[in-house]
Design a protein around this ligand. Structure first.
Ligand code: LMR
Length: 328
């Protein structure tokens, strides 16, 4: 009898020891809307590589680029329902979830990437990262893309050149106001529909980063591109809160570490790729590139920045002032 008890006990100890190894592997579905050859596309692939290598296959990452699984706003909803476990939408797509994130859409808010990083890594960035928790999400990182440029089928040199034109925008009230401030007509469209909307003349122009423009061929259906650097396009990477809480502390640490390293990797690439893609757009010889003089850029700045007071309440004047002050 005693022998049987000892044998059963030993069996239980062995089973407990091997249980983690037998546990079902965790699968992370990572959905995004851009091409693989973009800063976000590459950072997502790098994240997959790190997580799968370091977890010895215990954690699997399936990356779905090009809106192959979910489009724009649907992606955030899908993540809050745990249909996918990681998404990295641009700030503008969070408007109805965390309206304060429209801070990053404010035109001419950041002098350069260092200024942006100071805000993202400081108290403002931390406060905003925590806000997604109320929506059943956990903020894992901020990823860069870059500054947006304007394009249309005519040169956009002065703000009045945009008057009367229809511009595709992401779903942000700030972006809507920004285009209205120059007399243009903004129209919200998912990223996956921009190319055909430009091609068919549903909209006349758009704003985006050079990597998004080139990898989705927007330049092929726009005769003119203005290097306006008027606003910033970046991402908040989030995961589902329930999914996250179910992971062991070790798994969470592994994922967060891989995320932090992918952030460094992707942000470096963001600077390189946007420069590369400018050369590639130039090389096609099909789109005329316009650089603005300081005075010309200031004219856009003056007119677009008139919208700031409208957003003091929804974004928070303290967040806007804090971000501006970080650049002084
Ligand atoms: C857009 O819709 O233009 C961007 O948010 C796409 C992206 O994720 O970079």
């Amino acid at each position: 009898m005693k022998g049987l008890r000892i044998a059963l006990l030993s069996l239980a100890v062995v089973l407990m020891a091997i249980a983690p190894a037998l546990a079902a592997p965790v699968t992370i579905k990572f959905s995004h809307v851009v091409a693989v050859d973009t800063p976000k596309g590459q950072a997502a692939e790098y994240f997959k590589k790190l997580v799968e290598e370091r977890s010895n296959g215990e954690i699997k990452v399936e990356v779905y680029p090009n809106a192959s699984l979910y489009d724009d706003r649907d992606a955030i909803e899908a993540c809050s329902l745990n249909a996918v476990q990681i998404v990295a939408p641009s700030f503008s797509k969070y408007t109805s979830f965390v309206p304060q994130l429209q801070l990053f859409d404010l035109p001419f808010l950041f002098n350069d990437v260092d200024h942006l990083h100071m805000v993202l890594n400081g108290p403002v960035g931390k406060e905003l990262l925590a806000k997604v928790e109320k929506r059943g999400l956990v903020g894992l990182a901020y990823w860069d893309n870059g500054f947006k440029q304007l394009s249309a089928n005519k040169p956009l040199i002065k703000p009045s050149d945009a008057a009367g034109l229809k511009f595709r925008i992401m779903s942000s009230k700030v972006l809507e106001a920004q285009f209205k401030a120059v007399g243009a007509n903004p129209q919200v469209l998912p990223f996956s529909e921009v190319y055909s909307a430009l091609q068919q003349g549903v909209v006349d122009g758009q704003e985006n980063t050079l990597s998004n423009i080139y990898t989705k061929k927007f330049n092929e259906v726009q005769s003119d591109l203005t290097l306006s650097n008027h606003g910033y396009l970046g991402y908040m990477v989030v995961t589902n809160k329930i999914f996250w809480k179910k992971l062991s502390a070790k798994q969470q640490a592994l994922i967060q570490q891989a995320m932090d390293e992918s952030t460094v990797y992707g942000n470096k690439l963001a600077l390189e790729l946007n420069a590369d893609y400018l050369d590639k757009i130039k090389a096609t010889g099909k789109t005329t590139i316009h650089e603005l003089t300081k005075e010309q850029r200031n004219a856009w700045k003056k007119q677009m920045m008139t919208i700031y007071p409208e957003f003091n309440e929804v974004i928070g004047k303290d967040l806007i002032d804090g971000s501006l002050a970080a650049g002084m």
